[in-house]
Design a protein. Structure first.
Lengths: 180, 349
């Protein structure tokens, strides 16, 4: 019985002498391979060329700043609660007088760590954040010599200053963050 | 006292020539590995190695350096002497074959012509064949001394493959010798320069010879001795470091030398096609240089052909290999031999 009409009958006749010395078929195959010599190469020369990511690519995290360069994070802990991999740890501190240019609100994260070995890059922290403070950027492929190096501290996570270091800021921001 | 009576200049001349040819073989083999990887890349829509130096031309040096610094492991259960002898034997036999090949037109000097050939012996082509047959021992000894089942099976396969493909190769060669009437390599080239290349008269013989040369070099589609998917790595599975490098390198030197032999036998050796170079009135050394360059171009084409074939077709099964050798190539070679003999006889009368 035939289920589809796409079935092809297999030719099981014994090979003719010409086929059994393989030469003609090999010559045909060589014609195919030589045509590939002149085709465009599929390779992307990685460190020099990079392929663009999709708009929704989820890479390493950044802690965002506002337009004046103040940290958005208020250490509310919602990202840590939302995190299914329990990769986020933080410690809150109170903003002192004279630190208004550093932190946007009265409370800030004195310590903020993400364990990149635990993180599954789901983006739930980003969804949970009420302050637009954490985003998954388009940097990826972290490498390190030890496990300790994969626990990213605030220094590694914090985005460059948008006023003093505009270029690096734009680069680190990626496509997912709300632009300010 | 015979040795003392020998011309010292003669010894010096030959020593220089030998050093040049060995150096050349190594250099060409090195860059054949590079060409292999490049062409493989191009045929598969990739770039091939391009990081070490411009276009990756230092890649073979990097590969060699890597092999030198690898850990040397000699299995405890192996036969140590034979284990060490294996790669050396493979290397020596592949180099020795190049002695009888004429690398260019002789350089005419005031003291007589200097042939660009280490030894122009009367039975030149037979020397190639005898040395190639000894080349089996490199594989056999290596595979056997490793005391590894895979190596042993691969070595036995390799030996039987090489022995069975030497037969059609020799039969195809007999037809060539009919035409030249000499086993001397220089005369084979000279007769082709005078009467036209043998490929014109012996196309079938050439195809048989070429297929057998692929098998003798253990190149795809006949690389059964080193079938990765069924024998792990074949006869050099237990080898590491530079000993493995010797085996792999010997294979590329074999490729180079067999390309040179094919060129000499069927494509006129160093003969420049379509022109009468003697009428140009060039300096003799320049003419020799040009003829050498022509030979190298022909060899380069065959090396490319070897690589091209490797990256086109898969490996034959063992029974296919034996069927092809014994049931197809030997009868074809016999028919080729008889027909050429008959035609030669008919033309003489």
């Amino acid at each position: 019985m035939q289920l589809t009409n796409r079935a092809k009958a297999v030719d099981r006749r014994p090979m003719t002498f010409l086929e059994s010395i393989y030469l003609w078929n090999i010559a045909k195959g060589m014609g195919i391979t030589i045509s590939h010599l002149f085709k465009r190469k599929a390779t992307i020369q990685y460190p020099e060329q990079k392929r663009s990511f999709s708009k929704v690519f989820r890479g390493l995290h950044v802690l965002n700043r506002d337009a004046e360069g103040r940290e958005n994070c208020t250490a509310c802990g919602l990202c840590a609660v939302a995190c299914p991999a329990e990769a986020i740890t933080m410690e809150a501190a109170e903003r002192l007088p004279g630190e208004e240019h550093l932190y946007r609100e009265e409370k800030y994260a004195a310590r903020y760590e993400i364990n990149m070995l635990r993180c599954i890059f789901c983006g739930l922290c980003e969804e949970a954040c009420p302050k637009d403070a954490i985003y998954l950027s388009q940097t990826f492929a972290p490498a390190n010599y030890g496990r300790k190096g994969f626990i990213y501290k605030k220094e590694e996570l914090l985005i460059p200053h948008p006023v003093t270091d505009k270029e690096a800021y734009e680069k680190a921001l990626g496509d997912r963050a709300t632009k300010n | 006292m015979y040795l003392l009576a020998t011309d010292l200049w003669f010894i010096l001349e030959k020593a220089i020539l030998i050093a040049c040819i060995i150096g050349l073989s190594f250099f060409i083999a090195m860059y054949t590995t590079y060409a292999e990887r490049k062409v493989a890349g191009w045929l598969q829509d990739r770039h091939g190695p391009n990081r070490a130096g411009p276009f990756g031309i230092f890649q073979p040096l990097a590969d060699g350096g890597k092999l030198f610094f690898k850990e040397e492991i000699i299995p405890l259960a192996s036969n140590k002497i034979l284990f060490l002898a294996g790669p050396g034997l493979a290397m020596i036999t592949s180099l020795v074959t190049s002695t009888v090949i004429p690398w260019g037109a002789p350089v005419a000097t005031a003291h007589g012509a200097i042939p660009l050939q280490v030894a122009d012996v009367d039975m030149g082509i037979l020397i190639v064949f005898s040395v190639v047959s000894v080349g089996v021992y490199g594989i056999m000894i290596g595979g056997w001394a490793s005391n590894n089942k895979f190596s042993l099976i691969a070595a036995i396969r390799g030996a039987s493959q090489m022995v069975s493909y030497e037969l059609p190769m020799g039969l195809a060669l007999i037809a060539v010798i009919f035409m030249t009437g000499s086993l001397k390599m220089s005369e084979i080239v000279a007769s082709q320069a005078a009467n036209g290349w043998h490929i014109i008269y012996q196309p079938l013989g050439f195809i048989i010879f070429f297929v057998c040369a692929l098998a003798e070099c253990n190149r795809t589609p006949f690389d059964l001795p080193e079938a990765e998917n069924e024998l792990n790595f074949g006869y050099h599975q237990e080898y590491s470091s530079m000993k493995l490098g010797f085996y792999l390198f010997a294979e590329y030197i074999n490729m180079f030398v067999s390309s040179a032999v094919i060129t000499t036998l069927y494509f006129g050796g160093y003969d420049i096609p379509f022109v009468n170079e003697a009428a140009w009135g060039l300096e003799p050394w320049l003419l020799s240089l040009i003829s050498f360059a022509v030979l190298m171009t022909k060899i380069a084409f065959f090396l490319f052909l070897f690589i091209w074939i490797r990256w086109t077709i898969p490996r034959f099964r063992y029974d296919q290999l034996m069927n092809l050798g014994w049931k197809k190539l030997i009868p074809l070679a016999l028919v080729n031999m008889i027909i050429s003999a008959a035609v030669m006889l008919w033309l003489r009368k």
